[in-house]
Design a protein around this ligand. Sequence first.
Ligand code: PAF
Length: 295
Amino acid sequence: MVKSLTPKLNLTPSLTPLIAHHDLNALRQTVRDFKATGQTLGFVPTMGALHEGHLELVRHAKSLCDKVVVSIFVNPKQFAPTEDLALYPRTQTADLEALMRVGCDLVYLPSPDHIYPQGFATKIDMAGPALGLESDFRPHFFAGVATVVTKLFMQVTPDVAIFGHKDYQQLKVVETLVLDLDMGIKIVGHPTRREPDGLAMSSRNAYLSQKERALAPKLYETLNALKADLINGLPVDQAIDKAWATLIAAGFGPIDYLSLRDSDTLGPVDTNTDNRRLLAALWLGSTRLIDNIEA
Ligand code: PAF
């Protein structure tokens, strides 16, 4: 049964009260109440298992808007049957406490039946920045993301939504989605939060063994070395081959992609492109890591 949590949930008395809703009608009522007093609304959609990177997005949303809504929904439509939907980390109590600590105002926790009720038949299929890179390896992924993000945007009706640079292609896809469908929501990208050793924060880092975790920062290190090679004039193909060989020798693999792209379109770079991004996805044992940097 879908029901609303008691509004103003407060797990630890010293923390900010947090309104939590499972139910769409309750969410809409609270959003109406916020908007009735002229307050602006920021939104951070997540799949939970929140880490410092997510919390930084919430803090940034707080700095831009009067009220902040975070959704926690592990979206089945962006996982292929062979992927880690069942294993995906779920840490709801810790997530709610963390959201209180950063002053989130409302957390929305819909159930899969609620987002995709019987008879749900809509799919948002995108081209443009959704083509290539992730789509070559996870063909279902961006239709799943675009469909759920559209639905969440229509439910939450934010003024601003914040997405991390960590999923850089996703950010470009959402920017295009909002523009194409005239959603009137400002999309703000926020730099990747990294561990002290450079590893990009990700909920999936929890899957890494101790040995893999020690090796994982080598991805960011290699991206930076590749960037330095490009700046020093090594031709793109040679620089990428060198970085690819470094990663394989270090123990990563297979590498899904390691590519230099136009930062805006994610298309191929040419001599006129001065705004470039290096993007990578690769496996470390049974964990898939992604990362990207400006180049
Ligand atoms: O980046 C994520 O966590 C997810 O792809 C998102 C945007 C919450 C959609 O499910």
